[in-house]
Design a protein around this ligand. Structure first.
Ligand SMILES: [Zn+2]
Length: 244
Protein backbone atom coordinates (compact mmCIF):
# COMPACT_ATOMS: atom_id res chain seq x y z
CA UNK A 1 0.00 0.00 0.00
CA UNK A 2 1.09 3.56 -0.71
CA UNK A 3 2.34 5.10 2.54
CA UNK A 4 0.26 8.27 2.07
CA UNK A 5 -2.84 6.58 0.57
CA UNK A 6 -5.06 8.09 3.28
CA UNK A 7 -3.90 11.56 2.26
CA UNK A 8 -4.24 11.40 -1.53
CA UNK A 9 -6.88 13.93 -2.64
CA UNK A 10 -8.23 11.79 -5.51
CA UNK A 11 -8.75 12.62 -9.20
CA UNK A 12 -11.25 15.45 -8.57
CA UNK A 13 -9.55 16.67 -5.36
CA UNK A 14 -12.66 15.58 -3.45
CA UNK A 15 -10.86 14.13 -0.45
CA UNK A 16 -9.55 16.83 1.85
CA UNK A 17 -6.71 16.15 4.26
CA UNK A 18 -3.97 18.26 5.74
CA UNK A 19 -0.82 16.32 4.90
CA UNK A 20 1.43 18.64 6.92
CA UNK A 21 0.40 20.55 10.03
CA UNK A 22 2.00 21.13 13.44
CA UNK A 23 -1.14 20.82 15.54
CA UNK A 24 0.84 19.72 18.61
CA UNK A 25 2.64 23.09 18.78
CA UNK A 26 1.86 25.32 21.79
CA UNK A 27 0.22 27.78 19.35
CA UNK A 28 -2.83 25.50 19.54
CA UNK A 29 -2.83 24.73 23.28
CA UNK A 30 -5.66 27.15 24.06
CA UNK A 31 -8.08 26.05 21.35
CA UNK A 32 -6.86 22.83 19.71
CA UNK A 33 -10.26 21.13 19.87
CA UNK A 34 -11.95 24.17 18.29
CA UNK A 35 -9.34 24.32 15.52
CA UNK A 36 -9.89 20.63 14.81
CA UNK A 37 -13.67 21.06 14.89
CA UNK A 38 -13.48 23.88 12.32
CA UNK A 39 -11.31 21.74 10.08
CA UNK A 40 -13.55 18.67 10.36
CA UNK A 41 -16.66 20.80 9.73
CA UNK A 42 -14.96 22.12 6.58
CA UNK A 43 -14.45 18.51 5.43
CA UNK A 44 -10.84 17.82 6.46
CA UNK A 45 -10.65 14.09 7.13
CA UNK A 46 -7.06 13.45 8.27
CA UNK A 47 -4.07 15.34 9.62
CA UNK A 48 -0.41 14.39 9.22
CA UNK A 49 1.50 15.86 12.16
CA UNK A 50 5.31 15.59 11.88
CA UNK A 51 7.89 15.78 14.65
CA UNK A 52 10.62 18.40 14.87
CA UNK A 53 12.80 17.71 17.92
CA UNK A 54 13.25 15.03 20.57
CA UNK A 55 11.81 17.05 23.46
CA UNK A 56 8.51 17.32 21.56
CA UNK A 57 7.99 13.70 20.48
CA UNK A 58 6.35 12.31 23.62
CA UNK A 59 3.76 15.11 23.69
CA UNK A 60 3.09 14.52 20.00
CA UNK A 61 2.67 10.80 20.68
CA UNK A 62 0.20 11.51 23.50
CA UNK A 63 -1.88 13.85 21.34
CA UNK A 64 -1.79 11.31 18.52
CA UNK A 65 -3.35 8.75 20.86
CA UNK A 66 -6.09 11.22 21.75
CA UNK A 67 -7.04 12.16 18.18
CA UNK A 68 -7.90 9.19 15.96
CA UNK A 69 -7.70 11.27 12.75
CA UNK A 70 -4.02 12.17 13.22
CA UNK A 71 -1.12 10.32 11.59
CA UNK A 72 2.29 10.91 13.11
CA UNK A 73 5.89 11.19 12.00
CA UNK A 74 9.02 11.85 14.04
CA UNK A 75 12.19 13.65 13.04
CA UNK A 76 14.85 16.25 13.83
CA UNK A 77 14.04 19.48 11.93
CA UNK A 78 16.83 21.79 10.72
CA UNK A 79 15.21 24.82 12.45
CA UNK A 80 16.02 23.23 15.80
CA UNK A 81 19.55 22.19 14.82
CA UNK A 82 21.11 23.74 17.96
CA UNK A 83 19.01 21.45 20.17
CA UNK A 84 19.80 18.17 18.41
CA UNK A 85 22.27 15.81 20.06
CA UNK A 86 24.01 12.75 18.67
CA UNK A 87 22.04 10.50 21.05
CA UNK A 88 18.78 11.81 19.57
CA UNK A 89 19.42 9.71 16.46
CA UNK A 90 19.24 6.45 18.39
CA UNK A 91 16.20 7.76 20.24
CA UNK A 92 14.62 8.56 16.88
CA UNK A 93 14.95 4.96 15.67
CA UNK A 94 13.31 3.75 18.88
CA UNK A 95 10.53 6.31 18.64
CA UNK A 96 9.81 5.36 15.02
CA UNK A 97 9.65 1.68 15.90
CA UNK A 98 6.76 2.47 18.26
CA UNK A 99 4.76 3.45 15.17
CA UNK A 100 4.92 6.26 12.61
CA UNK A 101 3.73 6.87 9.07
CA UNK A 102 7.06 8.46 8.08
CA UNK A 103 10.36 9.94 9.27
CA UNK A 104 10.13 13.73 9.37
CA UNK A 105 10.25 16.56 9.31
CA UNK A 106 13.87 16.66 8.23
CA UNK A 107 15.90 18.54 5.66
CA UNK A 108 18.21 21.45 5.03
CA UNK A 109 17.48 25.15 5.40
CA UNK A 110 20.08 27.44 3.87
CA UNK A 111 18.71 30.46 5.75
CA UNK A 112 19.21 29.28 9.36
CA UNK A 113 21.77 27.65 11.65
CA UNK A 114 24.89 25.55 11.30
CA UNK A 115 24.90 24.12 7.75
CA UNK A 116 27.48 21.42 8.44
CA UNK A 117 25.54 20.12 11.43
CA UNK A 118 22.35 20.18 9.36
CA UNK A 119 23.93 18.02 6.66
CA UNK A 120 25.21 15.57 9.28
CA UNK A 121 21.80 15.13 10.93
CA UNK A 122 20.05 14.97 7.57
CA UNK A 123 22.32 12.21 6.25
CA UNK A 124 22.05 10.22 9.47
CA UNK A 125 18.27 10.42 9.38
CA UNK A 126 18.17 9.37 5.73
CA UNK A 127 20.20 6.31 6.72
CA UNK A 128 17.63 5.50 9.43
CA UNK A 129 14.79 5.91 6.92
CA UNK A 130 16.55 3.60 4.46
CA UNK A 131 17.19 0.99 7.18
CA UNK A 132 13.61 1.08 8.46
CA UNK A 133 12.19 1.42 4.90
CA UNK A 134 10.26 4.50 5.95
CA UNK A 135 9.31 7.45 3.72
CA UNK A 136 10.72 10.87 4.64
CA UNK A 137 9.03 14.27 4.98
CA UNK A 138 11.37 16.95 3.67
CA UNK A 139 11.79 20.61 4.57
CA UNK A 140 13.70 22.68 2.02
CA UNK A 141 14.70 26.28 1.67
CA UNK A 142 17.07 27.07 -1.19
CA UNK A 143 18.20 23.45 -0.89
CA UNK A 144 15.87 21.50 -3.19
CA UNK A 145 18.54 20.14 -5.56
CA UNK A 146 21.03 19.35 -2.78
CA UNK A 147 18.32 17.42 -0.94
CA UNK A 148 17.57 15.36 -4.03
CA UNK A 149 21.16 14.29 -4.53
CA UNK A 150 21.53 13.33 -0.84
CA UNK A 151 18.24 11.42 -0.93
CA UNK A 152 19.41 9.49 -4.00
CA UNK A 153 22.79 8.73 -2.44
CA UNK A 154 21.06 7.37 0.66
CA UNK A 155 18.82 5.10 -1.40
CA UNK A 156 15.60 6.63 -0.04
CA UNK A 157 12.90 6.19 -2.66
CA UNK A 158 9.70 7.39 -1.00
CA UNK A 159 8.51 10.47 0.79
CA UNK A 160 7.06 13.92 0.45
CA UNK A 161 8.56 17.29 -0.39
CA UNK A 162 6.71 19.50 2.08
CA UNK A 163 5.62 22.93 0.73
CA UNK A 164 6.98 22.29 -2.73
CA UNK A 165 8.12 25.41 -4.52
CA UNK A 166 10.17 25.20 -7.65
CA UNK A 167 10.06 24.57 -11.38
CA UNK A 168 8.25 21.88 -13.36
CA UNK A 169 11.61 20.19 -14.04
CA UNK A 170 12.42 20.09 -10.32
CA UNK A 171 8.94 18.77 -9.55
CA UNK A 172 9.29 15.96 -12.09
CA UNK A 173 12.77 15.05 -10.81
CA UNK A 174 11.28 14.49 -7.32
CA UNK A 175 8.34 12.53 -8.72
CA UNK A 176 10.76 10.35 -10.70
CA UNK A 177 12.61 9.74 -7.42
CA UNK A 178 9.37 8.34 -5.91
CA UNK A 179 8.22 11.41 -4.04
CA UNK A 180 4.93 13.25 -3.54
CA UNK A 181 4.75 17.05 -3.56
CA UNK A 182 3.06 19.00 -0.78
CA UNK A 183 0.85 21.77 -2.12
CA UNK A 184 0.34 24.55 0.40
CA UNK A 185 -0.53 28.20 0.80
CA UNK A 186 2.27 29.30 -1.51
CA UNK A 187 0.00 28.71 -4.53
CA UNK A 188 -2.49 31.31 -3.26
CA UNK A 189 0.08 34.03 -4.01
CA UNK A 190 0.04 35.31 -7.61
CA UNK A 191 3.76 36.05 -7.41
CA UNK A 192 4.55 32.31 -7.04
CA UNK A 193 4.25 31.95 -10.81
CA UNK A 194 6.87 29.27 -11.34
CA UNK A 195 5.44 27.02 -8.62
CA UNK A 196 1.84 27.60 -9.74
CA UNK A 197 2.76 26.72 -13.33
CA UNK A 198 4.61 23.58 -12.19
CA UNK A 199 1.79 22.33 -9.98
CA UNK A 200 -0.75 22.93 -12.74
CA UNK A 201 1.05 20.38 -14.94
CA UNK A 202 2.52 17.60 -12.78
CA UNK A 203 0.54 14.36 -12.31
CA UNK A 204 -2.34 15.01 -9.93
CA UNK A 205 -1.92 11.65 -8.19
CA UNK A 206 1.48 12.87 -6.92
CA UNK A 207 0.11 15.90 -5.04
CA UNK A 208 -0.83 16.16 -1.35
CA UNK A 209 -2.71 19.12 0.12
CA UNK A 210 -1.27 20.75 3.24
CA UNK A 211 -1.13 23.94 5.30
CA UNK A 212 2.01 23.79 7.55
CA UNK A 213 -0.16 25.29 10.32
CA UNK A 214 0.55 27.36 12.35
CA UNK A 215 3.01 28.66 9.72
CA UNK A 216 2.80 29.68 6.05
CA UNK A 217 -0.35 31.84 6.10
CA UNK A 218 -2.39 32.00 2.90
CA UNK A 219 -2.73 35.13 0.81
CA UNK A 220 -5.07 37.45 2.70
CA UNK A 221 -4.13 36.01 6.13
CA UNK A 222 -0.54 37.30 6.38
CA UNK A 223 0.64 37.66 9.97
CA UNK A 224 -2.08 35.34 11.31
CA UNK A 225 -1.83 31.83 12.70
CA UNK A 226 -2.59 29.33 9.95
CA UNK A 227 -5.02 26.46 10.55
CA UNK A 228 -6.03 23.26 8.73
CA UNK A 229 -9.56 24.44 7.77
CA UNK A 230 -7.83 26.70 5.24
CA UNK A 231 -6.58 23.70 3.26
CA UNK A 232 -9.95 24.03 1.48
CA UNK A 233 -8.74 27.25 -0.10
CA UNK A 234 -5.48 25.56 -1.16
CA UNK A 235 -7.61 22.83 -2.78
CA UNK A 236 -9.83 25.38 -4.53
CA UNK A 237 -6.83 27.31 -5.83
CA UNK A 238 -5.30 24.08 -7.15
CA UNK A 239 -8.60 23.25 -8.86
CA UNK A 240 -8.57 26.65 -10.56
CA UNK A 241 -4.95 26.28 -11.65
CA UNK A 242 -5.68 22.87 -13.13
CA UNK A 243 -9.06 23.97 -14.52
CA UNK A 244 -10.88 21.11 -12.82
ZN1 LIG B 1 6.56 21.76 8.96
Amino acid sequence: MVWCADFLPGPDLARITDAHCHLDFPDFDDDRDAVLARARDAGVQRFLVPGVQKSQWSRLETLGQKYADWSLAYGLHPYFIEAHQEADLKALSQQLEKGAIALGEIGLDATVGDQEKQVHFFKEQLAIAAALELPVILHHRRTLDTLLSLVRQAGVTQGMVHAFSGSYEQAMAWIDAGFYLGVGGVITYERAQKTRAALARVPLQRLLLETDSPDMPLQGYQGQRNEPARVIRVRDTLRELRQL
